[in-house]
Design a protein. Structure first.
Length: 549
């Protein structure tokens, strides 16, 4: 098995993230399956940022603790990560910035300056040197740099060529006989899945870790035939999105926990007015501002219970780019089918990590039409039906009035404060939708996923981005892993079926309270232990294995 771990780090502004992506693409070109974990502070300049790339001939969805190649743009990177260097690990460093007795020094600043480049282009010199050291042909390096830098490619290519020629080849990585696959961040996968399902408008106020969705959509809005708008705050975001959906546009919004808190009243409005809305909630370390550029899974109970009053919603938690793409499209279709809010619950590590993507997933997402008014009788926006779903019509259609409201209402949309019987009927109407939503989850393939040894009497529960390291751990230990994806409505029957024969159940989460365990407890499912991590960093497979053994 070929399995390489590469870390490149430096201060904010030195381009370690771009460099990490380029290194991943070099390995991807060789048919490796890659994963990139991003670690950065909430600083524009200074501090310490790094990308940790894993390249394997098998699929991987988490980084590895030990580092085979440590690429340092500054001294801080060596000081922080040298302790994790593998026994035969190699340090490749910017010798214009760092003095080191061991390792391979590259005069990155000197090379960049000689070729007329800027300081940030020192990362190009380090990448090209690394490529030569591990035996990647120059033609491959040139092709990737030309595609990535485009209008700035010539100056970067001069720097890269200079550095490549000065470096020496030490090893030759083997090409694995697999096709290259696309690389997507979780955020990009969310965006593309929604577009495939007919997204028309995206609203957001920038907030880590979902801001890249806003940037990605803004960059590609003409290509996607999409309207994109950044508003003044999250209260404006949720309310304008509800208005757009009322007018008939498929709409999605993105935020994190703090922004979602501001959206809570609007969430209740969407539920009462039965307006379709998809909310992307990218969890990060909290409470309050917390550690804003680091990851956690601590908004689960909040997402399940946000908003005032009794109302129904979907809460869905993908665990990798394939699931993010598929479930983003699924969420949009479900919101319109059931005319109810759908919350896609992500976390920073899922949002901003880079995964391989299997293109065949695209064929599983298409636009599903909602129940529309047939025009045969007077229009009632909230017509009471057997399954609780009322036909949709939109303002502007001839000879009808589409009345919606935040008040409890009759079938037409008129306030009914004094009519106790009518209030009960409308509450029961919406509850009947939940029964249909439960059936939807029961028939959805992959609402709960099982990995590892399905016959094992020992199992772990992992969700969101923790899926990656947990899956690797159970496959090495020969035990079972259960990944719940639909969290509301909760797939109780499928979960309990997956637990048949299990005598020891452990919950693995990146929060301090064991929130998924609490959800399971609600349905009478108890475990025998928990493995929790709450320092903002994701699990590695090694950590989970150590805790389980």
């Amino acid at each position: 098995m070929f399995d390489y771990s590469i870390l490149i780090g430096g201060a904010a502004g030195q381009g370690s993230r771009k460099a990490g992506l380029l290194i991943a693409k070099l390995f991807n070109n060789f048919g490796y399956r890659v994963f990139i974990h991003e670690d950065y502070q909430s600083l524009i300049k200074g501090g310490h940022n790094f990308s940790q790339i894993r390249a394997s001939d098998e699929e991987v969805f988490s980084y590895r603790e030990k580092i085979d190649f440590l690429l340092a743009l500054d001294k801080n990177t060596i000081e922080k990560h040298q302790k994790n260097l593998a026994e035969n690990g190699v340090i490749i460093y910017n010798s214009d910035e760092i003095s080191l007795e061991k390792g391979i020094g590259i005069p990155a600043r000197k090379i960049s300056k000689e070729e007329g480049g800027s300081l940030i282009m020192e990362n190009t010199a380090l990448i090209a040197s690394f490529a030569k050291i591990v035996g990647i042909d120059w033609e491959i390096v040139e092709n990737i740099l030309r595609k990535e830098f485009q209008e700035k490619s010539e100056i970067n290519l001069k720097i890269a060529k200079h550095a490549y020629e000065e470096a020496q080849n030490l090893i030759k990585i083997e090409k694995v006989h697999k096709e290259s696959l696309p690389l997507l961040t979780g955020n990009e996968a969310i965006a593309l899945g929604a577009v495939k399902a007919g997204l028309e408008i995206y609203f957001a106020y920038p907030m880590t870790p979902t801001s890249p969705i806003l940037h990605y959509f803004a960059e590609h809005q003409k290509e996607f035939n999409l309207k994109v708008s950044q508003l003044e705050n999250e209260i404006a975001v949720i309310n304008i999105a509800i208005g757009a959906a009322y007018a008939g546009a498929r709409t999605m919004v993105g935020t994190s926990g703090g922004g979602f808190a501001l959206m809570a009243e609007g969430l209740s409005l969407a539920a009462q007015s039965e307006t379709p809305i998809v909310i992307i909630e990218g969890q990060r370390m909290a409470p309050a501002t917390g550690v804003p550029t680091y990851s956690a899974q601590s908004d689960l109970l909040f997402a399940l219970n946000a908003g005032h009053g009794d109302f129904v919603r979907f809460v869905i938690a993908p665990g990798d780019a394939d699931e993010a793409f598929y479930l983003s499209g699924k969420a949009l279709n479900l919101a319109w089918k059931y005319q109810t809010p759908v919350i896609l619950l992500l976390d920073k590590d899922l949002c901003e990590s880079t995964f391989i993507f299997h293109p065949e997933i695209e064929s599983k997402v298409e636009i599903e039409e909602p129940l529309l008014w047939d025009g045969k009788e007077d229009y009632k926006r909230y017509k009471i039906t057997e399954n609780g779903i009322s036909p949709l019509a939109f303002p502007g259609k001839k000879d009808i009035v589409v009345k919606t409201t935040s008040y409890e209402h009759d079938e037409v949309g008129i306030t009914i404060e004094e009519d106790e019987n009518a209030i009960e009927k409308m509450q029961e109407k919406r509850l009947r939708k939940f029964k249909e939503m439960e059936k939807e989850v029961e028939k959805t393939e992959g609402a709960v996923k099982i990995y590892g040894n399905k016959e094992s009497k020992e199992a772990i529960v992992a969700w969101g981005s923790t899926k990656g390291p947990a899956k690797e751990a159970v496959e090495k230990l020969g035990i079972k892993m259960i990944q719940p994806i639909f969290l509301e409505p909760f797939p109780e029957k499928e979960i309990k079926k997956s637990l048949e024969g299990v005598e020891k159940l452990i919950f693995v989460e990146t929060n301090v309270l064991g929130q998924m365990e609490k959800l399971f407890n609600t349905y009478g499912i108890t475990g025998q232990g928990r493995i929790l991590k709450y320092n903002g960093r994701p699990f590695t497979a090694e950590e989970i294995i150590e805790k389980l053994t």
